[in-house]
Ligand binder design. Structure first.
Ligand code: FAD
Length: 484
């Protein structure tokens, strides 16, 4: 009989749960004697994924959907038997608005994240000046950059499309996703597709138009047709994962404060995991998830170089304010999925989703659910405000933009401190150094949104990959061979 191996997973967000689930899938395939413990500092699982039901409204207080173009979350949902629970964005109003001079206006149809793909909507939009439009159109003539080093998103957009494109649309759209400063954001780590288009076609517009002909593109802003969620909210996914993990020992309300190696260099690794209140555990394998700056703190005694690289990944904090209204109290037609706000407009929100327009079942008949985002790297102090301050700020912006003249039926505030990883220029080089150092520590894995993607699908992938690599490191795949 093979010796029972112990695996400790730190963090019960989507990354940690995906890792635990993949461990369970792999151990089921090989029938391994494994003892798996998942330690979570909060009193609930899911991390930033949290769905709340109130008065007939369905509120996702953190993420509210995921993209299917990155396949891992969708594939996991299918393996969990959740496919019939998935819903797509509503077909009507698949577009985004942007604030310009205090008013909402549509992002021109075919303008996808940073590039226009359709001519007429660009000619007719009042969003850009004539010189701005001409500069954007000149993109097809701008020579591709030869240098291979990383570049910030702002530098890329200004170089190819001009300043106006950045200030009026790209900055707010990107901030709505990464809550980041475009001057610092690594293009290669966040939007490599645009770099590839430049490299392959010599022009982003040419490349998007060519590839768009093969794949019907639609709407404006984000690629909304590719987003899905669950009928009952995103927590459906984390609940289902929990339901498949009966053999895992869950320790909630317990914070890990240190991870050290007991027998460095030995063939079978032994890690020690210390908890806040004095208890400790030993394990052959440890997967640390959650913000990489937190992981750095846990590993100070293991590897200072690794710790330094982990803490170099900056995190921003954000707040989400949900506001519920009777439909007739919002004058705006709400004929879009939401709006983004350029920093130059000096509003207090960075974006808002019209949640009940975007997905069915988010508000009862006759009501609407709005969701305002605040904070991020561009407004670092924002989440320090108290709940009332955040609600007043969100209401003040949305009242003006959407013509709301009454108080909301209710308002809810959720803060997500240090939760949005900022992939600064050079991020992928940093990750390569981390991976190299990590390979020196058998039985240790790191996963989460600080490495190769911030979205839910990326985190599912990161957790699953960590589980698979741990299996390799602990020779558990070989044991499978021995059993069959
Ligand atoms: C407001 C918001 C909106 C978002 N919207 C979207 C979206 O719509 N679509 C999308 O794809 N992505 C979105 N994202 C990004 C995505 O949701 C996250 O990157 C992802 O869910 C992070 O999962 P995680 O498990 O790595 O981290 P987390 O969810 O942060 O989970 C980490 C867990 O580890 C625990 N933990 C940390 N340290 C310790 C310790 N020392 N001991 C024990 N436990 C510990 C924490 O308590 C936490 O529960 C959004 C993020 C935020 C904050």
């Amino acid at each position: 009989m093979p010796h029972t191996k112990r695996i400790v997973i730190i963090g019960g967000g989507i990354t940690g749960l995906s890792a635990a689930h993949r461990v369970s899938e792999l151990s089921g395939e090989g029938n391994h004697p494994l003892e798996v413990t998942l330690i979570e500092a909060r009193d609930r699982l899911g991390g930033v994924i949290h769905t709340i039901k109130r008065d007939g409204f369905l509120i996702d207080s953190g993420p509210d959907n995921f993209i299917t173009a990155k396949p891992w979350a969708l594939a996991l949902a299918r393996r969990l038997g959740l496919e019939s629970e998935l819903i797509s964005t509503n077909e009507a109003h698949r577009r985004a608005l942007v604030v310009r001079r205090g008013k909402l206006m549509p992002i021109p149809e075919g303008f996808l994240l940073m590039a226009p793909t359709k001519l007429m909507p660009m000619i007719t939009t009042p969003l850009f000046s004539l010189p701005g439009k001409l500069r954007m159109g000149m993109e097809i003539l701008v020579p591709a950059r030869k240098a291979n080093e990383d570049e910030s998103l702002a530098s890329f957009v200004v170089r190819r499309f001009g300043r106006e494109a950045l200030d009026r649309v790209v900055q707010p759209l990107i901030s709505g996703i990464y809550t980041a400063r475009p001057e610092r954001l690594s293009l290669r780590a966040t939007m490599p597709r645009f770099l590839d288009l430049e490299g392959k076609y010599g022009s982003v517009i040419k490349g998007m138009r060519f590839e768009g002909k093969q794949r019907k593109t639609e709407g404006s802003g984000a690629r909304y047709g590719m987003f899905v969620t669950f009928r009952d909210g995103l927590q459906t996914l984390t609940n289902a994962l929990r339901g498949r993990l009966d053999h895992v020992r869950f320790r909630l309300n317990e914070r890990v404060i240190r991870v050290t190696q007991k027998a460095a260099g030995s063939a079978i690794p032994c890690w020690r995991v210390d908890l806040e209140h004095g208890a400790s555990m030993e394990a052959e394998g440890v997967i640390i998830t959650g913000p990489s700056r937190h992981s750095a703190r846990l590993l100070t005694e293991v590897d200072t170089v690794l710790g330094k690289q982990l803490s170099a990944v900056q995190y921003a904090s954000s707040a989400v304010v949900h506001l519920a209204y009777r439909r007739e109290h919002v004058a705006h037609p709400l004929d879009a999925f939401g709006c983004v706000v350029p920093i130059t407009e000096r509003h207090q929100i960075i974006a808002a989703s019209f949640s009940s327009v975007k997905y069915a079942g988010r508000a009862p008949e006759g009501y609407v659910l709005l969701r305002a985002f605040m904070g991020g790297a561009l407004q670092p102090g924002m989440i320090e405000r108290d709940d009332e301050g955040l609600i007043v700020a969100a209401r003040s912006d949305l009242d003006d933009l959407l013509g709301i003249t009454t108080l909301p039926c209710f308002a809810m505030v959720h803060r997500w401190p240090d939760s949005m990883a900022q992939y600064d220029v050079g991020h992928l080089e940093r990750v390569a150094v981390m991976r190299k150092r990590l390979a020196e520590h058998k039985g240790l894995q790191l996963a989460g949104n600080g490495f190769e993607g911030v979205g839910v699908p990326d985190c599912v992938h990161a957790g699953e990959r960590a589980a698979e690599e741990l299996f390799s490191a602990l020779d558990l795949y070989m044991q499978k061979g021995e059993h069959t």
